[in-house]
Design a binder for this molecule. Structure first.
Ligand code: NAI
Length: 489
């Protein structure tokens, strides 16, 4: 880990001065810029992202090659799978089903265009200057920090009283396995396949591997995931990981755990992956395409951290305090480039927080109340503590669980897989965690997030009227189940 040296002094004139310059316009950076502008600051945001046509785009990974396009493809592939397997249950016949992957991918691209264009509109509305190019910190000036913006025409140097670094993360690649986003892809290429691979290999059965593996499985690919760890979805409550493993196996996702990846070779027909299985036996997996989804690394390339007296930690993150302050005065860092989960909504909250800290407000983020979501089918979402965390802490707790199968709305929409589980303190009944594997878990979890933020008891959710018939009734029933009062089971 490089030690932080002294900050450099930048004495040349700058072309423009801003109150706040945000580096990076992903969900952390563009939200930080908007909030700072709302609070009366003059704001600029540096962004260099280019789409495949070479057009500069705001929105970062989330909007361009992450959350938004993957959810578009998940919806398309779910519609295809429904038409293929489930509409007949409703008495609906669809005749000859066809699949136009090009059109599906074009729909996704149009959604991305619309939403990134929306951020451009928000920048104009909030009078935020988009500095097009790569931002590099040059050193301290008499009034703040100098930042060079380069790569698009003439380089320029601007000044900022405060800087928010929101440079995000990039896909981690395997050493010696070049990603061409054709045969071997990371999240970016895996969102733009031109046809459905017959056999798709995925290295890493984490969030991206499961979401994108699910997309291509639904469209007809034979998908095999190779996971280094011996257990599945280690961050989830163990009951959810168990249920997910069972359901994904039933859907046809083959997942091998405890593997060690060896040589990965491209050949005329695709790619061949040598690995040792959990018993140490040598295996080979041949596939048409490979997705490498083994985590992400923070983006600090050519950022000029050393010029302002900063250095990354051993894992490449920029160290910050609870209010996203780095050790350099007036320089903040948020989102994937700092500690904590690499989630768009966590980055957004930190963006708001950093802007509010700059104007002297006292915002706070409770990281225990940040929800997690995995957009598989069914979706997986949770907030707060898992059973295994509470056991490790030695905290006494009680649980309540309710199956989707016993919910009328779930039956009506044909989404009866999964359950909701609530965990509450054994003595005070304070809700400590909510764990959902169910259709619409990403929406259902919001109620539990509110409950945790407000330090509600499980009884509070149990006695609140919920709309009928709705999936949200399962959240209520699971809360009632904590005190063995569930009504419909
Ligand atoms: P991840 O951390 O979720 O999963 C990576 C998996 O790869 C882990 O299970 C890990 O054990 C495995 N792995 C690592 N090295 C390996 C190797 N050499 N061989 C085999 N397996 C190996 O990372 P992922 O899926 O790449 O996602 C990156 C980040 O993006 C995550 O932090 C995730 O939170 C975020 N993200 C969030 C989404 C959401 O909120 N729905 C959607 C997509 C990404």
């Amino acid at each position: 880990m490089p030690a932080a040296g002294p900050a450099q002094t930048f004495t040349s004139p700058v072309s423009k001065e801003f109150d706040v310059v945000v580096i990076g316009a992903g969900p952390g950076g563009y939200i930080a810029a908007i909030r700072a502008a709302q609070l009366g600051k003059t704001v600029a945001c540096v962004e260099q992202w280019k789409n495949p046509e070479g057009k500069l785009k705001l929105g970062g990974t989330c909007l361009n090659v992450g959350c938004i396009p993957s959810k578009a493809l998940l919806a398309s592939s779910e519609a295809y799978e429904n038409a293929q397997h489930h509409l007949a249950d409703h008495g609906i016949g669809v005749g000859d089903l066809t699949l136009d992957v090009g059109k599906m991918v074009a729909r996704k691209a149009a959604i991305v265009d619309k939403i990134t264009g929306g951020v451009e509109f928000l920048f104009r509305k909030n009078k935020i200057t988009w500095l097009k190019g790569h931002g590099t910190l040059l050193g301290r000036t008499a009034t703040g920090v100098a930042i060079e913006v380069s790569g698009e025409g003439q380089a320029e140097v601007v000044g900022a009283k405060d800087v928010i670094i929101a440079t995000g993360s990039k896909a981690r690649h395997l050493p010696d396995v070049p990603v061409d986003n054709r045969i071997v892809s990371d999240n970016e290429g895996a969102l733009s396949f031109d046809s459905v691979p017959k056999k798709l290999a995925v290295i890493g059965a984490g969030v991206i591997g499961l979401e994108l593996g699910s997309v291509w499985r639904r469209l007809g690919a034979d998908v095999t995931l190779l996971e280094a760890l011996p257990e599945f979805l280690g961050a989830c409550d163990e009951s959810l990981s168990k249920e997910a493993a069972k359901l994904f196996k039933k859907q046809g996702l083959a997942i091998h755990f405890g593997v060690k990846i060896g040589e990965v070779k491209q050949n005329a027909s695709g790619v061949s992956i040598a690995y040792t299985d959990k018993d140490g036996a040598a295996q080979t997996l041949d596939a048409d395409r490979l997705i490498v989804s083994i985590g992400r690394v923070p983006n600090t390339d050519k950022l000029g951290l050393d010029a302002v007296g900063l250095a990354t930690d051993a894992r490449g993150f920029i160290p910050v305090d609870d209010q996203c302050r780095t050790s350099a005065p007036n320089i903040y860092a948020i989102g994937d480039v700092v500690r904590g989960p690499m989630l768009a909504h966590k980055a957004e909250d930190e963006g708001v927080l950093a802007a509010e800290v700059i104007v002297g407000q006292k915002p706070h983020i409770d990281y225990n109340c940040i929800p997690w979501v995995i957009y598989t089918e069914p979706e997986i979402a949770w907030v707060g503590k898992t059973e295994q965390q509470l056991r490790a802490e030695g905290r006494a707790y009680k649980t309540g669980q309710f199956p989707m199968m016993a919910n009328g709305r779930a039956l009506g929409i044909g989404k009866t897989d999964g359950f909701v589980k609530m965990i509450a303190d054994a003595t005070t009944d304070e809700l400590l965690g909510c764990h959902i594997i169910a259709a619409n878990a990403s929406d259902l979890i919001a109620e539990a997030v509110v409950a945790l933020e407000f330090k509600a008891a499980s009884e509070d959710i149990g006695i609140i009227c919920h709309p009928h018939p709705s999936l949200s009734e399962v959240v209520r029933e699971a809360s009632l189940a904590v005190t063995k009062r569930a009504l419909n089971i």
